[in-house]
Design a protein around this ligand. Structure first.
Ligand code: ADP
Ligand code: MG
Length: 828
């Protein structure tokens, strides 16, 4: 009503005023401090999430050994983090301002914190700590290297290291003959030009440039072309531009798929610069929940998953004239499915050009699959790379990577370092330790610029890795696998390869999926090494032995399709009208077991009928870019007239576990703030809903988030996701209705999606999953951890020290029979 509206406006105005007033009370200092604490907490949470325990699954001896090994590595990473915790000094990545300098304010707040933490005695001499540390190190070095070290000049930095790592030079990977001087000459010249001209010059220097015309001719003559070229040769950034220049965009857009979000964003940004247009106009990108394109867009970088979704709305991809499946060698699940789909449509769309581009030389397989499509090879331009292995296996690769970075920094000629780590938490840990250690050395060593890059790094900070290294300094890029082939960073001369990456694994028997730290393949190792030889002769330091390399690493990475949960993909294929999944044209078929498991789940969710055909529910579910259980929960909300509430919950769940934070010194406050949302033991889902609604009532106040120990960034993301889900609801014609007072209705909607995840309390306080009996526990962070309801549904399982259910809600057992009678039956 009008009155209610007015009241709401008045309230929000009042709040806004309060908000700004209160906000001013928080000084910049406090604000920064809070952010630091938040970061710390995230880090801790992440590490917790990333540990896995492998109980309750029958494994072969070899698997057991393998898993045990991985577990040990996790323990080491965890310990490292705890050490970092105790180090008590955290500087955020945003401590650097845009020019790459250190944000003085930030530095000051950190220094203040340290100062407060030091003892009175230390305060008398602010450098005491550093001096003592240096003394200690020098003393150690003397012990280690004998007295002759004393005589050495101060530019000998042997004492930097507690433990040096010995490498054995193994081989040199051949480079190609290039005129070195000529290249440097032209590089010099290009500096003087205007930015756009300089970019044009740079474009002309890429290895792909001399082959421009030949490539365009090949595209013209063949419908499908496999393109192979060394990483950094210009495939991703140049080919779409060449095609645009040749007029292909007159007939439709050019799509270029990337397996990673960050790559799609970063490459689109680069290409928009090169073309001198605004990002999102002619050149744009599209990733899940973020569409940065417009009417004008003609070159569209997108994740492979997003192109898959476009098939739903446009089964023949009519708005595209070219589809470039880039980074094909990565063989992600979505890329593999795309292969089958684009191959299919290319048959009845002779005007559609199909480019499959890959960084590895194993292109025959792609060619064979695409009916012997011709292979276009872009000759590489790489300098020789010296490969070094460690003498003995390294127990702690993170530590070894840090030590090696410093070793290179103080002993090797200029050139940037690229370190491959497995994920955000490892990168952040490494960053902190590196900072801590270099700080101890003060001005004794040249500046080391530490640049992290991983999927969740805020966009503003991603650009930093591409900034040129200042004179006299050295850059060390701490990257995930993204730098293996998707992103090319110029100026890298040294690569440190610990030999691991994070990889998804799936157990079709239990339906459980997890990310595991896994040894990389030989092909990956070669790719990583190659990253050091782009602008001059390079060196690669492998933190494993030559024996490991030859005997323990697989030749190639197993395609994702063979090690993942397929429910999502099966639902998508079904809604594209592809019924005979066993005979789908897979490049490498998934295990039949995994396909069956996916079909089973979709049937249970009523997305498929007994004949395996898509139902109306299934069709609606497929509209949502979410896991089938979440989609089902949303679709079911229609029945319980609570769609508004359910999409808020779905959005909050999609943000992950970064909603609440617990600063070290305010844990009690934070916990109390959190408990407020759990009043009445409503369960975690409803608590998330309350958080969202309360935030909304304060008109999305930032201050409110601070007061409640809630992360604003996560909340904003939840709001974005929620807006999009609301749009999709409209598309599937489900009315937006709220029914906050009917908590049971909301819980029933949740149960409609998550009933396969129900568990029952046991006498000893643990739980047993109902369908595939397994012992599980309530995660300590749950609002129901002390309540122990008899029956629960959970959102997900996480394996840390125990098998934990995270995000749980109590349910009544008769709901299971009411909602999923085909799945659960009452026993007498
Ligand atoms: P490929 O796809 O063959 O691996 P790319 O087209 O990605 O090669 O890269 C070509 C060049 O463009 C590289 O030298 C790389 O450094 C540069 N480049 C790519 N993305 C960016 C970016 N976001 N910022 C700056 N330079 C970039
Ligand atoms: Mg590329």
């Amino acid at each position: 009503t009008q009155k209610e509206k007015e009241e709401a406006i008045r309230r929000s105005n009042a709040l806004e005023k309060d908000d700004s007033l209160a906000f001013r009370k928080v000084s910049r200092q406090e604000y920064l401090k809070k952010r630091e604490e938040k970061k710390l907490d995230e880090l801790r949470g992440d590490i917790e999430d990333e540990q896995y325990l492998f109980e309750g699954v029958k494994l072969t001896e070899a698997e057991k050994r393998d898993l045990q090994y991985k577990k040990e590595i996790y323990e080491l990473v965890k310990k490292r983090t705890e050490d970092a915790d105790n180090a008590n000094e955290y500087r955020m990545p945003d401590a650097y301002d845009q020019d790459g300098g250190v944000n003085q304010e930030k530095r000051f707040s950190v220094a203040m914190q340290r100062y407060r933490d030091t003892t009175a005695e230390e305060k008398m001499n602010p450098f005491a700590e550093q001096e003592a540390w240096e003394e200690h190190q020098i003393g150690k070095a003397r012990l280690k290297y004998g007295s002759k070290n004393k005589k050495q000049t101060s530019d000998d930095y042997q004492f930097v290291f507690e433990d040096q790592i010995d490498f054995i030079k193994a081989s040199v990977m051949d480079g190609d003959n290039v005129d070195y001087e000529e290249m440097e000459d032209s590089l010099e010249k290009s500096k003087a030009k205007s930015a756009l001209e300089a970019l044009l010059e740079e474009r002309k220097k890429l290895p792909i440039y001399p082959y421009r015309d030949e490539l365009l001719k090949a595209v013209d003559e063949h419908q499908v072309l496999v393109i192979v070229g060394e990483t950094g040769s210009g495939k991703t950034t140049q080919i779409p531009q060449y095609l645009h220049e040749a007029g292909y965009t007159k007939r439709g857009m050019i799509a270029c798929t990337q397996p990673r979000r960050v790559a799609a964003m970063s490459v689109a940004a680069r290409v928009s610069q090169e073309m001198g247009v605004k990002l999102g106009h002619e050149v744009g990108y599209s990733i899940r929940f973020e569409d940065c394109t417009s009417e004008k867009t003609i070159v569209k970088y997108m994740t492979d998953g997003m192109l898959l979704r476009e098939f739903l709305g446009e089964p023949d991809l009519a708005s595209y004239s070219v589809v470039m499946v880039d980074e094909a060698h990565e063989r992600t699940l979505s890329t593999d499915i795309l292969f089958g789909l684009v191959k299919d449509i290319s048959r009845f769309r002779p005007d559609l050009k199909l480019l499959i581009s890959s960084a590895t030389l194993d292109a025959e397989k792609f060619s064979d699959y695409f009916d012997s499509a011709p292979i276009f090879k872009i000759p590489g331009r790489r300098y020789p790379v010296e490969i070094n292995f460690t003498k003995a296996p390294e127990a702690d690769y993170l530590d070894a990577a840090i030590v090696t970075s410093l070793q290179i920094h103080v002993t090797q000629p200029p050139g940037d370092i690229l370190v491959f780590l497995t994920g955000q938490e490892e990168i952040e840990t490494a960053e902190e330790i590196l900072k801590h250690r270099t700080r101890g050395l003060g001005t004794k060593i040249a500046e080391l610029m530490i640049c992290p890059i991983y999927a969740n790094l805020p966009t503003e900070l991603q650009a930093k890795i591409f900034e040129p290294t200042p004179e006299g300094a050295r850059k060390v890029v701490l990257a995930t696998n993204i730098a293996e082939t998707s992103l090319t960073i110029d100026g890298i001369k040294y690569v440190i390869d610990p030999g691991f990456c994070k990889m998804k694994s799936y157990n079709p028997r239990t339906g459980m999926e997890s990310l595991l730290i896994t040894p990389i393949s030989k092909a990956s190792a070669m790719q990583r090494a190659g990253r050091s030889g782009r602008t001059g002769p390079g060196k690669c330091f492998r933190l494993y032995t030559a024996y490991n390399f030859h005997n323990d690493l697989d030749d190639n990475t197993v395609p994702e399709i063979q090690r993942t949960n397929l429910a999502n993909v099966v639902l998508m294929l079904k809604s594209l009208g592809i019924h005979d999944l066993l005979h789908f044209d897979f490049m490498d078929p998934p295990p039949a077991e995994a396909l069956l498991k996916a079909l089973e789940l979709l049937f249970a969710l009523s997305a498929l009928n007994k004949l395996g055909e898509l139902t109306k529910v299934g069709r609606r579910m497929a509209e949502f870019p979410l896991d089938p259980m979440l989609s089902k929960m949303i679709v079911a909300s229609e029945k319980y007239t609570c769609s508004e509430d359910i999409i808020s919950i779905a959005a909050m769940l999609s943000v992950g576990n970064s909603i609440f934070y617990r600063p070290k010194d305010k844990q009690v406050h934070a916990d109390n703030a959190r408990l407020n949302f759990h009043t009445g033991n409503v369960g975690d889902h409803i608590a998330l809903l309350k958080v969202y609604n309360s935030w909304k009532e304060t008109n999305y106040s930032t201050q409110w988030c601070y007061e409640n120990y809630i992360q604003v960034r996560s909340m904003k993301r939840a709001r974005d996701i929620r807006d999009q889900l609301a749009g999709l609801l409209e598309r599937v014609e489900i009315e937006l209705t709220s029914n906050s007072s009917d908590v049971d209705g909301i819980k029933k909607s949740i149960t409609s999606g998550f009933f396969p995840h129900s568990a029952r309390l046991q006498k000893n306080g643990s739980y047993r999953t109902v369908k595939h009996p397994q012992t599980v526990h309530i995660h300590p962070s749950s609002g129901l951890a002390q309540v122990l309801p008899r029956w629960v549904v959970y959102h997900e399982l996480v394996l840390t020290t125990k098998e934990y259910m995270r995000q749980i809600t109590e349910l009544k057992p008769d709901w299971l029979v009411e909602i999923a009678p085909h799945y659960y039956q009452l026993k007498d």
